[in-house]
Design a protein around this ligand. Structure first.
Ligand code: XMP
Length: 514
């Protein structure tokens, strides 16, 4: 989509490049992370209002380190280099970078020594976050130092006439408390952005773009009830109405009442052309007797494709398949050091459809971060129980039922899981808990009920805090909440006589149990 006002972020592989984008967008300025070696002529065609060169793990003094097109500095577009980006700026423009042997890592105090638009409105003494080995030793001609720290005579530099800036520290991380304002100053005061990028505008622009792309054709969407596909459904429905056809696979492994909620909201309230595949039995039959976690996942993935394809064929002539791809999935492909590590568990999405089902893709959320997707969802009128929904794995409750999956065990887990959710939702800060659910263990334990001995199931409760699911810490739920979860499950869910709380972090554990 074309944006009238945007900032380009060239990615040199820092682990926190995404945070630069987040901070800029928080200033209501659209930005995109693009390849580090993007040619100046190509970038100029897209007319960004400003360019940011990110940090990165390499050393500009090494052969083969990722460099920028030197012509970027002649475009007349304001540039901000951050850490590696500052060193790259200095070296490219004729300054000198000293190859460090020791890393400076952590908080530092910085003094602003000269007026600089980046620090406008801020104190003279600022806490900043340093993480670098190399540092600028001699600035290029036309530059002056505007801030220093004990370890860094050139903590920030500027060429005000050419609007080129460099900071040795990382303004994008929270440990630089005024960093967001510095990036906002760059975007708005230096680059002249107006800061009017809003979700309502995103929706308006996107609807036009979708209509122009789709024309009179039809679009198919696999609706799962999760945040991303729900928002895609609402957005596409607003754009093309009856030309959107959603397929919802009820595999019987969803949370309590979830299938009905999806049908109620999208089929009835929104009036979307919704095709539900009631395929609980197909999945249960395919899973019968299977206990190996990876086998379960593969069976569910394959069965899903079969069921989805069968429904899709019945929908009729469709040109496009819509997907809820988000911006972090897109960014991975531009980093010089590649995306995050190898898959630990096989995830499944709508990939690998049979050859007779060929679609062009439409991915209306590919420019957005998750929190922006939620904001779009809210703007489109989706209820909080959808837009604030916690992540839910594709294979559903199957990976939370250890051992055999039977209808009885699914029913039992749904009821236990409902209690976990109901009790945590009562907490004021429930949105701080990234994910919370119940797991059914494949063992039975002895208990007493009245005068009788029982020999029944154990339910484990899992609640974690996390930013992106890649790492996680077990959530320190208050004892009272744990208490009510435990007593409600044991009293209200027949077949359970013991509840345990999972206190392991990821790594080395994972969030799901299988
Ligand atoms: P793990 O268990 O690997 O999970 O720590 C990390 C996050 O991913 C979710 N998850 C999945 N999501 N398909 C998905 O769409 C899957 O197969 C799948 N497996 C795990 C999990 O719920 C957590 O949020």
């Amino acid at each position: 989509m074309k944006h009238s006002e945007w900032i380009a972020i060239l990615d040199y592989g820092s682990q926190v490049t995404q945070l630069i984008a987040r901070r800029i967008r928080e200033q209501k300025v659209y930005c995109e992370i693009i390849r580090f070696d993007t040619k100046a002529v190509d970038l100029a065609k897209r007319a960004p209002k400003g360019i940011i060169l990110s940090g990165g793990p390499a050393s500009v003094t090494d052969k083969g380190s990722p460099l920028c097109d030197p012509a970027l500095f002649d475009l007349g577009i304001p540039i901000l280099g951050i850490c590696y980006g500052m060193q790259l700026t200095a070296q490219t423009l004729g300054g000198k970078v000293h190859r460090g042997t020791k890393r400076e890592y952590g908080k530092a105090m910085m003094q602003v020594t000269k007026p600089c638009p980046l620090f406008q409105g801020l104190e003279k003494n600022l806490q900043v976050w340093m993480s670098h080995g190399d540092k600028v030793e001699a600035m290029p001609a036309g530059f002056e130092t505007v801030a220093t720290s004990d370890n860094c005579p050139y903590a920030a530099m500027q060429n005000a006439a050419k609007k080129i800036y460099g900071v040795q520290f990382h303004p994008e991380v929270v440990h630089t408390p005024q960093g967001a304002q510095m990036l906002g100053n760059f975007a708005c005061k230096v680059c002249g952005c107006s800061g009017d990028w809003k979700m309502s505008k995103f929706i308006e622009d996107n609807i036009q773009a979708i209509r122009a792309k789709v024309g009179k054709d039809h679009v198919l969407l696999g609706l799962s009830g999760g945040v991303d596909s729900s928002v895609v459904a609402a957005l596409l429905h607003k754009a093309i109405g009856k030309q959107l056809h959603c397929v919802f696979v009820d595999n019987g492994l969803l949370r309590y009442n979830e299938a009905r909620e999806v049908e109620e909201l999208f089929g009835n309230a929104f009036g979307i052309d919704l095709h539900t595949a009631h395929s609980q039995n197909i999945f249960l039959d395919a899973l019968a007797g299977v206990t190996d976690p990876e086998k379960k996942r593969k069976i569910i993935g394959k069965t899903f494709i079969d069921v989805f394809a069968e429904k899709a064929r019945r929908v009729g002539k469709v040109k496009y398949l819509a997907q809820g791809t988000l911006y972090p999935d897109v960014i991975e492909s531009v980093s010089p050091i590649g995306g995050p590590s190898a898959t630990i568990k096989s995830h499944h999405n709508v990939g690998g459809l049979p050859a007779d089902l060929k679609f062009d893709l439409i991915e209306p959320l590919r420019e957005l971060f998750k929190d922006e997707v939620r904001a779009v969802g809210r703007e489109l009128g989706l209820p909080s129980y959808v837009v604030d929904r916690q992540p839910f794995p594709g294979p559903g409750l199957a990976v939370r039922i250890l051992g055999d999956i039977t209808r009885e065990r699914v029913d039992l887990l749904q009821l236990a899981d409902l209690r976990v959710r109901e009790e945590i939702l009562k907490m004021e800060n429930h949105l701080d808990v990234w994910q919370y659910f119940a797991v059914l263990l494949p063992i039975q334990t002895v208990g007493v009920m009245g005068d009788d001995r029982t020999y029944e199931n154990v339910v484990a409760v899992r609640a974690v805090q996390s930013l992106d699911g890649m790492t996680a810490d077990w959530f320190k739920l208050p004892y009272e909440v744990l208490d009510s979860i435990s007593s409600r499950i044991i009293n209200e869910v027949k077949g359970v006589n013991r509840v345990v709380y999972d206190i392991s972090s990821k790594p080395p554990s994972t969030i799901e149990w299988e």
